[in-house]
Design a protein around this ligand. Structure first.
Ligand SMILES: Cc1ncc(COP(=O)(O)O)c(C=O)c1O
Length: 401
């Protein structure tokens, strides 16, 4: 089934206000997600937060089922947290990690790297950055050689990088980690909501997703999946009163949550998962990758533009630079024309800058990212704006997420 783009746009208020090409940063919520959040806040206003939460207990429980369905997990394996970074840090820090070596890809998300570096210092672990293959994806031969040493405790992979469209061979990495008995954590913050995900097929022990990007959830929402067999091994730093076990006495991933949370945000996140499932992740992926192909090709036709990364892109993000114009100025000029893009350091950015802070800084480029509700007309709008002479310089924040 293909996406009804006109219906998707009618269901997305923001498409009437902006040309939103920043879905890798923070997408536009569909109407039903925003309505869910606002309706709950109204109930909190009317009857108080605790009673409003009690009234929504059934729907809150369904949030876990929705997220579990989205990635082929069970509700007990899901915890909801407030950001992808904190979800990743909380879950990975709770792993006992008995084997001393940790493998990571060159495009691992920078915050994950900071956490790993801290863990490595405290627990005397060795971080090993895996080579890329000719396509720029993780070199599976290098991965296998490291796994064969039988001293790898953890493998960390970012499925789709913050600054690019390249999809890592996560299922193959998962298969090899499973065979070697190494714990595999997959950062799916840029893939959830635009690619079909199934934790069984991916072979991961942990998967982290954030709400506001391609999943189109509210800001301040994220989730982590922890495989049933790994849950019993977790040693979270903090356990508060709701976080112990399900009725059967078995540990639940919810032990990673803190008790206080945005209930409205959680309900919105569950709604966003249902919405994506309703459209179908295969259909979303097909539309997003086709549109990203158009975006990359049209940008490449602009004489002053350099497109980075492989074409056609494997997912929704295209990185590009404009001759003689810093990325942040391009972003600001486009924002002035109600076209939303963001900026990000080109891959492989973070392994170098985090593990070698004195090393060369990676260049920053413009990040344009499409979702299924975008249109070719919007891409043409972007291209026309880039062809015009740039207005004067503007200063603003330098880094996207
Ligand atoms: C690949 C990747 N992982 C993790 C994150 C962190 O997610 P959050 O901003 O929700 O902490 C981001 C955010 O940009 C990301 O791109």
């Amino acid at each position: 089934m293909s996406i009804d783009v006109a219906a998707a746009r009618a269901d997305t208020v923001g498409t009437g206000h902006v040309t939103h090409l920043d879905n890798a940063g923070s997408s536009l919520m569909p109407r039903t997600v925003a309505d869910t959040v606002v309706a709950h806040l109204r109930r909190e206003e009317q009857i108080g937060g605790y009673r409003a939460a009690a009234e929504s207990a059934g729907r809150l429980a369904e949030v876990y089922s929705s997220l579990a369905r989205l990635i082929g997990a069970t509700p007990e394996e899901i915890a909801v947290l407030e950001s992808g970074s904190s979800a990743w840090a909380t879950a990975v820090s709770a792993l006992p990690l008995t084997a001393p070596r940790v493998l990571l890809s060159r495009t691992e998300y920078w915050h994950n790297l900071l956490v790993l570096r801290r863990l490595a210092d405290r627990r005397r672990l060795e971080l090993v950055v895996l080579d890329d293959d000719a396509s720029g994806r993780v070199d599976l031969g290098h991965l296998q050689r490291e796994l064969d040493r039988e001293d790898v405790g953890l493998v960390a992979l970012t499925h789709v990088p913050m600054a690019g469209a390249q999809v890592q061979p996560a299922a193959e990495v998962g298969r090899r980690c499973r065979a070697a008995g190494a714990t595999f954590v997959l950062d799916a913050c840029q893939s959830v909501g635009q690619l079909p995900l199934d934790v069984g097929e991916l072979g991961c022990d942990m998967l982290v997703g954030t709400g506001r990007k391609f999943l189109r959830g509210p800001r301040g929402t994220a989730f982590v999946h922890v495989r049933r067999e790994v849950l019993d091994r977790l040693e979270p730093a903090l356990r508060d009163r709701r976080s112990a076990a399900d009725g059967s006495g078995r540990t639940e991933a919810r032990m990673l949550e803190s008790w206080e949370t945005s209930v409205a945000g959680r309900l919105g996140l569950g709604r966003a998962a249902d919405h994506a499932l309703g459209l179908g992740l295969e259909a979303i992926q097909a539309r997003v990758t086709a549109l990203a192909g158009v975006l990359g090709a049209r940008l490449a036709e602009v004489a002053t533009v350099t497109v980075h990364g492989e074409t056609p892109p494997g997912s929704g993000t295209v990185m590009f630079s404009v001759r003689d114009l810093p990325a942040e100025q391009v972003r600001a000029q486009l924002a002035a024309r109600t076209i939303n893009v963001s900026t990000a350091a080109l891959p492989p950015p973070d392994t170098g800058s985090v593990l070698d802070p004195g090393g060369p800084r990676p260049p920053v480029a413009v990040r344009a990212s499409v979702h299924y509700f975008n249109t070719e007309d919007e891409i043409d709008r972007l291209v026309r704006a880039l062809r015009r002479a740039p207005p004067r310089a503007h200063r603003g924040p330098a880094r996207g997420h």
